[in-house]
Design a protein around this ligand. Sequence first.
Ligand code: 13P
Length: 249
Amino acid sequence: MRSKIVAGNWKMNKNLTETEALLTELAAKLPDTQAEVMVAPTYVNLASAVRTLESSVIEVIAQNMHFAESGAYTGEISADMLLSIGVDTAIIGHSERRAYFGETDEILAKKVVTALDKNIRVMFCFGEELEDRKSDNHFNVVESQLKNALFSLEASAWSKIVLAYEPVWAIGTGETASADQAQEMHAFIRKTITEAYDATIANNVSILYGGSVKPGNAGEIFGKPDVDGGLIGGAALVADDFVAIIKAI
Ligand code: 13P
């Protein structure tokens, strides 16, 4: 059985004081839910976030991590550093990392291998750009992103992977994929994993949708059979909105 997950990616938002305030409010308002709830504040506030949420079920996760164990990589953060503060899940492959920081499929494949070696759960993000969808190439793009970064992994690695389909054209734009578009792509992703591995792996991996999920559209998107939750950007920065999205699952 795959888990339902609602995760908030805070991106480069909220200073230390604001982070503590938002987490305290979220912990107080968290509804009863079967879903796993996660938040990804910025690196500098991760350790404090872990402390603030010590007695909450909300999990603190990282927005990124480096593929090297340690060494001369100024500005980067290693798997061991995350583990040492109690963070054992990392987002890898976010489209903003790909677009603004030159993260290629090859780099992402290395990050995934390092994370799994260190027993860090991977929330792997991928998704097509607007031109890909307009030219009807979106299935090919998604298939190659998955293949290049994940399909060399051994079958057993998949128990530590969560997928997040985030069409780039829907991120931060207010334009959401329709629930039917999300379902269509998620079903395609499961079919692709079935072909590369098997149906058990495909059916056990949680596939989240991300891209302008809001309280008003979350219910419809989460209602689709192959959508197991959401990776939420803007709406995760407002406690009441994030709580409403958690309730929708
Ligand atoms: P928005 O919800 O702001 O569109 O961001 C989605 C996202 O990129 C989550 O990782």
